[in-house]
Write a protein of this length. Structure first.
Length: 535
């Protein structure tokens, strides 16, 4: 059966003007997406994938962005030639989009109900009650627990995976003919990732929806894409059926991508874990969030995010934390860092952090540092790289400007960044480079333990390998301890000495990483491993 051509991109080029300079970022790209087909667009950060996708939706910063050549045909209409009002009618109604960074794509001032409901009211003309019921059904479809309670939630009150699912619900609200999914599963754990992808496939089959899937996860590509297009430096270097590309890649760049996967083993330890002193530990740590509280009296609805957790982190080792979105992984880390209110005991070496006031903790913050999940959100866009990296020094150390500059140069060199770029700003760097900046900001303080919250989830495969190798090298050289939070089992396997598996705020399994991953005892751990998409 011949499938109907839904979208046709022909000789598309995209350039950006900055003053008198012009940068060409997409160069003569051509591909077609048919009804009911999934085309995966893959390539390293900065290859032009997202710019190509944004061109389809006309979401680039025009007139700074412009198209020297090309056309984008949808339903016999050239989207590049359509008036903007006509393009706006197509957005969300016939062409949906899941954006890469839900925290920046969602409006921080609007509740979940208002954001999804707005899409339904504008394009389907639903009243408030109808929109509310449809919103609830969409939240159930994308597996958000307790959807009735999430309606009134704001983006900052949701976990990364929950925000991603809200974005997916919004994109699917009007059952579009074409869905552009830009890294739709980046922040999702493997079980939810598989459920969401199966949901997309089910909706695709029901409505013959075409999907442009942009991802760095080649396991997802192998299992869910019909064809794969590979981009490198703005050009399309190869486009083939999925099985053909994975089995017999032709281009050297494609071969490099397929061979880039985190490998190796955790840093070798000179002494057994059991004989090492603890650098940090907790005893019956609890974190509760009040959801309802009368003006006077006790709370009537409390969510127990972390439930009496006791963990021990030996010096110089890496503790991996895995679990589904909303399981309490990041909440546990923030509580240990004393960035969230908690009950129970937290010790850093011999210091009882749980009983310290902020002024007592401040001198210890230099020793206990954190690298956040999204470097673009955690780096100030108004500060240069030098200012970002050296900011902590001004709080903890008295140094001359010359000494600070030398320290910045040294640490940038150590993490693989060009010191000459220290006067640039975060938007001028790729995702992998921004993550290195975040790591340099932490390391310049010479910490003893570093919390890493999904530090590789937003990175393409080749850069993931580089960052993991860098973290292992730094751990060995500096005798660092890590708490490594990730939903990527393969990454956890190659960097963590021990692992805990969390679900609903509790630890369901713990132990040596190899033992837990090779012979999991708990059904939930078994389901996590079974849901991992292998290449």
């Amino acid at each position: 059966m011949v499938m109907k051509s839904l979208l046709s991109v022909n000789q598309l080029s995209v350039s950006f003007k900055q003053g008198t300079a012009t940068t060409n970022v997409v160069k003569d790209v051509s591909f077609t997406i048919h009804s009911g087909e999934t085309l995966a667009l893959v390539g390293e950060s900065g290859s032009g994938k997202s710019v190509t996708a944004h061109s389809i939706m006309r979401l680039l910063p025009y007139p700074m962005a412009f198209h020297p050549s090309g056309s984008i045909t949808f339903d016999d209409q050239d989207l590049l030639a359509l008036p903007m009002k006509e393009v706006q009618k197509l957005r969300s109604r016939r062409i949906g989009m899941i954006f890469q960074e839900p925290m920046t794509a969602l409006n921080p001032l609007h509740s979940v109900e208002k954001q999804i409901g707005e899409v339904l009211k504008i394009h389907q003309g639903l009243d408030h009650a109808q929109a509310r019921e449809s919103t609830l059904e969409l939240l159930r479809k994308v597996h958000i627990e307790e959807p009735e309670q999430r309606l009134s939630a704001y983006p900052h009150q949701l976990s990364g995976g929950q925000r991603q699912r809200v974005m997916i619900a919004m994109a699917l609200a009007n059952e579009p003919e074409l869905l552009i999914a830009d890294e739709p599963t980046t922040a999702l754990d493997v079980t939810v990732q598989k459920e969401i992808l199966l949901l997309l496939r089910e909706i695709q089959q029901q409505h013959q929806m075409g999907i442009l899937l942009i991802t760095h996860d080649l396991g997802v590509v192998k299992h869910f894409a019909d064809r794969v297009a590979v981009m490198n430096e703005g050009r399309l270097v190869e486009i083939e059926p999925t099985n053909t590309l994975f089995n017999t890649p032709k281009d050297n760049y494609t071969k490099m991508l397929l061979n880039s996967r985190p490998g190796g083993t955790p840093v070798a330890l000179t002494t057994p874990i059991d004989t090492r002193d603890s650098i940090m530990k907790t005893h019956e740590l609890c974190v509760d969030f009040v959801r309802k509280k009368p003006l006077f009296g006790k709370p009537t609805d409390v969510f127990h995010a972390v439930k009496q957790l006791s963990i021990d982190i030996p010096m110089g080792t890496t503790l991996g934390i895995v679990g589904e979105s909303g399981s309490g992984k990041s909440t546990l880390a923030l509580a240990m860092l004393r960035l969230l209110h908690s009950h129970g005991e937290i010790y850093y070496q011999q210091h009882p952090l749980h009983s310290y006031k902020e002024k007592d903790i401040k001198p210890l913050r230099r020793d206990v540092q954190v690298v956040f999940q999204d470097p673009f959100a955690s780096l100030s866009p108004r500060m240069s790289v030098k200012q970002i990296i050296s900011e902590g020094l001004s709080l903890h150390v008295a140094l001359t400007p010359e000494a600070i500059d030398k320290k910045v140069i040294d640490i940038m060199t150590e993490v693989g960044l060009e010191p000459e770029t220290r006067h640039r700003y975060p938007h001028e760097f790729s995702g992998g480079q921004r993550q290195r900046i975040a790591i340099a900001r932490v390391l310049i303080l010479d910490p003893k333990i570093v919390f890493l919250d999904e530090p590789t989830s937003a990175l393409d495969r080749a850069v993931q390998v580089q960052v993991i190798d860098l973290l292992r090298k730094l751990q060995q050289q500096r005798q660092l301890s890590y708490v490594f939070i990730s939903h990527d089992v393969q990454v956890i396997k190659v960097i963590s000495h021990r692992i805990i598996v969390m679900r609903h705020g509790e630890i369901v399994e713990r132990g040596d990483t190899t033992e837990v991953l090779n012979t999991p005892q708990h059904p939930y751990t078994q389901s996590l491993l079974a849901a991992t998409l292998q290449e």
